[in-house]
Design a protein around this ligand. Structure first.
Ligand code: ZN
Ligand code: CU
Length: 485
């Protein structure tokens, strides 16, 4: 009686769906048409141009990397193998106060702005120009981008070593307004970093005024994640309340030995504040962080591994201590000689990392820095490490929760509409993986290795990664804040 058997572009058969809402898994086929999910259920007898067999596999929403520094990489390394190979289909860029736009063509980029590896010839002087470039030459992943406060300071201020004056605040505010109109999803700050250390709370609130009417996000690498982490949380929540907007605490951690265990205080404090305002947080699943090479005491406390160095590229992958010994200088002196560059700092406690990961509202974000040959392994390993190591092997939370922390929760917190959960009508960002074997293989010695157990990755309906091979598809979209769509 049916003359029209449903037909799909792509049909994923025989898998077990974890839909990204934290609901229990169920067996279902998934049909995709025109880049959208058309049907989920028993689709026996339905036909398709292409069929993927997912028998014995999990079919989940493509992972959303809530915290990236991929602003420039989505253009210069457009296939994004380090993310796609993990099952990531969407990246949130513009974190820690650093964004690829807007910039001036004639300016020098102070650290850590230079971590984005922005070439002086392809700079974007407006946020709209950046998003247009991404539309013209799409990446393999979807991109939602924020504008960075440190970037704005570097554009507007002649001297970063003081608070902004009224004129400079007005100029930054105008740039935030331009970014909002172009479709930025929020503003990020990194008051931990030299270009923004001197920014006051009031400066950030004033610069962020254009966020309020849009309910856009305020996302922050806080001023202090060490001895003064509680004051930093208070400052963050205060800014959120003053602007009446949602906030996200980036890569929540407590660092340095004297603060180990403090997440027993920070997490209940965050939970309590969540009763009164909209708060999100993310975390990467490692006890080491990575950032620009620094020389301040707190950063030099533990083991320091050099990830990249402009003057000494041969030192990538080596311990700072060994380099210093070889050169016959102090660790600090060696660090100065290695600048500019990036390093890996071992300064967190495993119990704290697990406590933050397991906290109900924590999203997964890699904070990967797509630069050099010896990056922090989080760039290639974050998502499979949470699925394999922390969910399956350590048993920190069920797989449904792990998936939710990298999909549905993140889409909700960042306002990424029709993504993050598998539902008819939603964009067809999908990952197919083996729950029994998925694991990260990237480690500190060999950090640039693809994960195991990720069978296929589909971005807006296009098969982008399958059995360890990139298809070449670059079907990513620019995700703009909804009203700007
Ligand atoms: Zn950061
Ligand atoms: Cu970051």
């Amino acid at each position: 009686m049916t003359d029209k058997t449903p037909h799909y572009d792509l049909l994923i058969r025989g898998g077990t769906v974890i839909d990204g809402t934290k609901a229990p898994r169920f067996d279902a086929d998934v049909g995709i048409v025109d880049g959208r999910i058309a049907a989920i259920g028993k689709l026996t007898g339905h036909t398709a141009d292409r069929t993927l067999d997912a028998t014995g596999r999990i079919v989940a929403p493509g992972f959303i990397d809530s915290h990236t520094h991929d602003d420039q990489a989505v253009l210069s390394q457009a296939q994004m193998p380090f993310k796609v190979s993990q099952g990531v289909t969407t990246v949130v860029a513009g974190n820690c106060g650093i964004s690829a736009a807007p910039l001036r063509v004639d300016m020098d980029l102070p650290m850590p702005l230079s971590l984005l590896d922005t070439p002086a010839e392809g700079r974007f002087t407006t946020f709209a120009a950046y998003l247009d470039a991404l539309r013209a030459t799409p990446s393999s992943v979807n991109v939602a981008a924020m504008v960075g406060h440190s970037t704005l300071r570097a554009v507007v201020m002649s001297d970063l070593d003081r608070p902004a004056n009224e004129v400079e605040i007005a100029a930054m505010q105008a740039l935030v307004e331009e970014a909002m109109q172009a479709g930025a999803i929020g503003l990020s700050t990194g008051t931990f970093y030299p270009p923004a250390v001197k920014a006051t709370t009031e400066e950030i609130i004033e610069v962020g005024r254009p966020l309020t009417s849009r309910k856009a996000l305020y996302v922050t690498h806080m001023r202090d994640e060490s001895d003064h982490v509680m004051e930093s949380l208070e400052e963050t929540f205060h800014i959120g309340r003053a602007l009446d907007i949602p906030v996200v605490v980036s890569h929540h951690k407590v660092q340095n030995a004297q603060n180990f265990g403090k997440t027993k205080v920070t997490l209940p404090f965050i939970k309590e504040a969540m009763q009164h305002q909209c708060i999100g947080l993310d975390c990467y699943p490692y006890t080491a962080g990575s950032t620009m090479i620094r020389t301040d005491r707190g950063m030099m406390d533990g083991r320091v591994l050099i990830a990249s160095s402009v003057p000494h590229p041969e030192c990538a992958g080596r311990d700072l201590k060994d380099i210093a010994a070889e050169w016959g200088v102090s660790g600090e002196e060696a660090a100065v000689r290695l600048q500019p560059g990036s390093a890996i700092y071992f300064m967190m406690d495993e119990d704290d990392v697990q406590r933050v990961l397991a906290f109900e509202d924590t999203m997964i974000g890699s904070d990967g820095i797509p630069l050099g040959e010896k990056p922090h392994p989080r760039l290639w390993g974050t998502f499979p490490r949470v699925l394999g190591h922390y969910s399956r092997d350590v048993g920190l939370f069920p797989l449904e929760t792990a998936v939710w922390k990298m999909t549905g929760l993140t889409a909700r917190n960042f306002g990424l509409h029709e993504r993050g959960t598998l539902k008819p009508g939603h964009h067809a960002d999908v990952v197919i993986f083996n729950a029994a074997t998925v694991r990260d293989t990237a480690n500190y010695e060999t950090p640039t290795q693809p994960a195991e157990g990720i069978d296929a990755v589909i971005v807006n309906g296009a098969v982008t990664w399958q059995h360890g091979v990139h298809s070449g598809a670059r079907n990513g979209q620019v995700i703009v804040r909804r009203e700007a769509a």
